[in-house]
Design a binder for this molecule. Sequence first.
Ligand SMILES: [Fe+2]
Length: 461
Amino acid sequence: MSTPPPAAPIDPLAVLKGLAALRRLTGTYPPGHPMIGQKLKEIGDVTAAHLQGSELLRIDVIRGDVFLDSVPTSSEGQANHQLLSQLTALGVDSIHITRGVELDEFLAVAEFLWQFSGSGDGVASQLAARNVRHITLGKLIPLDTRWRAQQWPDAPTVPLDPDYAESIHRAQQTFEDTAAGKPIDVVTVRDLVQLLIHKVARSNAALGQILAVKQYENLTYCHSVNVSVLSLMLGKQVGLDEATQAALVEAALLHDVGKTQIPLEIVKKAGALDKHERKIIESHTTLGAEILVQTSGLHPLTPTIALEHHRGPKGTGYPDLGNAIPHPMSQIVTVADIYEAITGARTYQAPTPPERACLILARLAGEKMNTALVKTFVNAITFFPLGSLVRTSRNELGLVIGTNRGEPLHPVIRLLDQLTYEPTERLNTATRDASGAYERHISQSLPVPEGLDVRGMLEAA
Ligand SMILES: [Fe+2]
């Protein structure tokens, strides 16, 4: 039996143009108009051609370039530019279509886009309500494309919770020793795991600093400490017992240890990575697993988690291990790792605020991460606990004195004088402006200075 020849690649622009035209037609003509039917058929034919050879059609627009299934395609001309900016202005720069899609679903998407105001909230549920099951729309955040170089500090520059600062210091030493070719000191690792579990993860200030945006770029030790605490948070939520929690923290702490073997200029390179450099970066998983296998005294799962943490729940990602599904503990670390990476700064990416990061996690769930774990993680986040000290995007200093139901990222705060910490007015950070956007975000969590009357302010509230 012969296999059918591979289909010629379709032009993703034709699909985008078709959708944009259909959107206009549905806004202009009554339902059932022959022009709408004609346009629907055109879109249906193009997508059907692609879906014959593959389960999924992914069209992503990253800053004006159109990608078909992650491969860039040529898009030229001003007209295309206009079309693309029209779609991206709507918040639609990622369209995924799965096999089985019906023409009515395209129609429903076009009608939805006609009425759509551009706010990204609830798109999935609105499409579901219109019975669209095979098309998803999303806002794409470029994670892999490194065109923008910005220098960030290598570690936090704000005062840290003391235990958190201590754990970062110890992790730094462990990683520097490993980079210098020394074996991993298992006793130091064990102590660090205990510090993280019993002190850091129980400190509201530290948790706030780990969950908030991080204005520093660090690809090893700070990242590893943060991923450990976030993994632990998720591990507790899914009911791991204490011994397993400790194993999880150990593995999360060492998941990227392979990066100590990779030249820093590649790890931190600004600009596109070529294929060879990408392979080198990806090898941190296997290099890490090798180092950890050779280290006696670690939990047996630690090397496995280092090996698997860039693999999705369906066995995609790297390294290529066939269809093997990652261990559930690896899947936990993957969620924490991705959240930490998105909320941290990179030479090619400014840090993303937590609420946007959660949307991105939701977008990546299923493919890159276990959906149930993503849901649990997002639900578990208490971003700004009562009594924590925060700075807003308007550079105001405030103490969290209340929460807003359903708005975990926008607490009620008591503003404090920047110098004297004298409490001034009460402010609800969930307030939105006329366009519906939040007036301010919390941009930073800060350690509470000694002597600040937190309890008094909470009682007064
Ligand atoms: Fe990694």
